[in-house]
Design a protein around this ligand. Structure first.
Ligand code: HEC
Length: 156
């Protein structure tokens, strides 16, 4: 009887470990999905502002403010758990375009994130004023996206 218990015990440990590994992988993929979702929301918000800036969509102060405030909220989102070690494009090819430099040059990426907040704040202040003010703040937010993508996101 005793030996059966030990065998069963071992089986539980092994299946428990397999479960833990699956959980860890799921956790990493979940983090990648979450940060991509944040980026998609940023793209949606800046897309709305850009369409107005270019005259593709008629300027609307309320809609511009909403988009700019969302962009600011997204810039300020706490993403600290969305970028775990081991989720760069060398470790998880095909799953992410995040370059290893995010981690190897840390905290350089934090400076880019801060620049994003500054640019989004400037946009949020003026987006509801008038079209010219929105257009004036457009370069700043676009530059903040590109300023981080260039060093830290692999091209498609
Ligand atoms: C501080 C750095 C940083 C800033 C600022 C930043 N991004 Fe990103 N972005 C990244 C990284 C890194 C990735 C790659 C993420 C991945 O593949 O796991 C990415 C990915 C993306 C993607 C692709 C998402 C997907 O589904 O694969 C889009 C779209 C995007 N960013 C839009 C934006 C827009 C728009 C802005 C500006 C309003 C912005 N990003 C600002 C770092 C940044």
């Amino acid at each position: 009887m005793k030996s059966i218990k030990i065998i069963l015990g071992a089986a539980v440990v092994i299946s428990g470990m397999a479960g833990a590994t699956a959980l860890a992988d799921g956790h990493l993929e979940g983090a990648i999905k979450a940060r991509k979702a944040v980026m998609q929301l940023r793209a949606y918000s800046i897309g709305q502002l850009g369409a107005m800036a270019k005259g593709e969509v008629e300027y609307d102060a309320a809609a511009a403010s909403a988009a700019a405030n969302n962009l600011l909220a997204l810039a300020k989102l706490d993403q600290s758990t969305m970028w775990p070690q081991g989720t760069d494009n060398a470790s998880m090819p095909g799953k992410t375009r995040a370059l290893p430099e995010i981690w190897s040059t840390y905290p350089a990426v934090v400076e880019k994130a801060k620049a994003m907040v500054v640019a989004a704040e400037a946009m949020a202040k003026v987006a509801g004023t008038d079209l010219a003010s929105l257009q004036g703040a457009m370069g700043g937010v676009g530059g903040a996206c590109g300023g981080c993508h260039k060093p830290f996101q692999a091209p498609q």
